[in-house]
Design a protein around this ligand. Structure first.
Ligand code: BMA
Length: 333
């Protein structure tokens, strides 16, 4: 097997969390001074349909990347995000502006911990870039304009600039459907972003008929920046299992692409088949079934790559592969 799903999956479940937790999924993961840190999305206080009372981000720590110890309180609540947003960006829109924060990714860049997260606001979905020293207090560095979700920061400066992958969703410009693509922007300081470019169109991914997006932050390899994507295949004739969504029919796959090491907005390789498909019970059955949503990717010293992904919008799972095998999957476009 080129890539293996961990036999003890899911590695993170709501029952383990020491405060109110409902679905715990779509986590960012990093390894800092030998310790694995996971920031996971927690939708809690289920109401009905697809509605929860709230969402926060929880922190879990691990010495082996598999077994987790939880901080006693959530790391970021919606209230904290509202305060950070209000102070730095939109005082006049008040505390009710931010609905929820979700789907975090962590990148550590020159010792600075950066968290990219989606924020639902009254004026659209934005990508927020936060920095922290301790996962207790957070500073908002910048936000995207709406609608933009799945912002992911590269773990190093390249050509003296920060780079991010991102996923705007242009409803009018793309004909009203959900055909969304992966874009990239760069910045000298994490605040001012520009030189935006289209990186990968959704039509280039054979196992997507809908939208794609960046997944976990890229890792540096000899061959280029290796990075996961998520790719969505929608089939209205095939309702999927979903206790939270009565009309769910979008399967989410993990894909893989390779970007030029000096020009990270340029794709040099793409896996033509999904890297991970939802085919086990914890991926098929859940809040929204058949969803694989990677948010963390760690390259170990021995070449093993750990990929952490949200499973069925319900739990966090782990898959591993050797980096050389992953690189071999990426074929020139
Ligand atoms: C996307 C995001 C993710 C979620 C996925 C599948 O649009 O909302 O948080 O995992 O849908 O439901």
């Amino acid at each position: 097997m080129l890539i293996q799903k961990y036999s003890g999956n899911p590695i993170l479940r709501a029952e383990q969390v020491p405060y109110p937790a409902g679905c715990v999924f779509n986590a960012g993961v990093t390894k800092l001074n030998g310790e694995y840190l996971m920031l996971f999305r927690n939708d809690y206080d289920y109401i009905s349909g697809a509605t929860f009372g709230g969402t926060n981000l929880g922190l879990a720590r691990s010495s082996n990347g598999v077994d987790w110890i939880f901080d006693p309180e959530p790391a970021i609540t919606a209230e904290q995000a509202r305060e950070a947003f209000r102070h730095s960006h939109a005082e006049r829109y008040g505390l009710e502006e931010i609905g929820r924060i979700y789907d975090p990714r962590i990148s550590v860049i020159d010792g600075l911990i950066c968290v990219c997260t989606a924020m639902d606001t009254k004026h659209g979905v934005i990508g927020a870039m936060l920095t922290t020293e301790d996962f207790k207090s957070f500073e908002l560095m910048s936000i995207s304009t709406p609608d933009n979700r799945n912002m992911v920061l590269f773990p190093e400066k390249i050509n003296d600039h920060y780079y991010r992958l991102e996923r705007p969703f242009p409803v009018y410009g793309r004909g009203g459907g959900e055909a969304f693509d992966i874009w990239s922007s760069c910045s000298p300081d994490l605040k001012f972003w520009g030189d935006s470019r289209l990186v990968l169109g959704s039509e280039e991914v054979p196992y997507s008929n809908c939208k794609i997006g960046p997944a976990a932050p890229p890792i540096r390899t000899q061959a280029g920046w290796l990075t996961t994507i998520h790719a969505v295949y929608k089939d209205e004739s095939r309702p999927l299992k979903a206790w939270g969504d009565q009309v769910w029919n979008k399967a989410y796959y993990a894909g893989l692409m390779l970007l030029d090491i000096n020009d990270p907005q340029k794709v040099i390789g793409l896996a033509r088949e999904p890297l991970l498909s939802p085919d086990t019970s914890y991926e098929i059955d859940g809040f929204r079934g058949e969803v694989i949503f990677p948010g963390g990717m760690i390259l170990e010293d021995d070449g093993e790559v750990k990929i952490y992904y949200g499973a069925a919008d319900t739990s966090v799972a782990l898959a591993t592969a050797h980096v050389d095998n992953l690189l071999a999957l990426c074929k020139p476009l």
